[in-house]
Design a protein around this ligand. Sequence first.
Ligand code: SF4
Length: 114
Amino acid sequence: MKEFICIVCPRGCHLKVDDDGNVTGNSCIRGEKYGKQEAIDPRRTLTSTVKIKSELVRRLPVVSSEEIPKDKVKEVVRCLDSVEVSAPIKVKDVIVKNVMGLGVDIVATRTIEK
Ligand code: SF4
């Protein structure tokens, strides 16, 4: 039996997931889906920043295009430490394609014109 706090919405239901993947404690179907995923393959959306050569800012905010395995988050953040881009950058530009071979891109969440 594994126990989690559901983080899908602010209600924070206390979930229990048995060895067969049955979820209890959820108040909606989204919590059931989250509990099953968290028990088998926990994933997170990564938000971070990378260096940018720009007249306006020093850091560019980025996000993963999809959730990545939770145990890879720190490695991906370390990988992004060595990334530097140059303006102009447009929102949704791919900054790192297929980061660490995970099949997920790192994309810009802000437009930096210069
Ligand atoms: S189970 Fe449903 S209601 Fe409860 S925290 Fe998760 S999303 Fe919110």
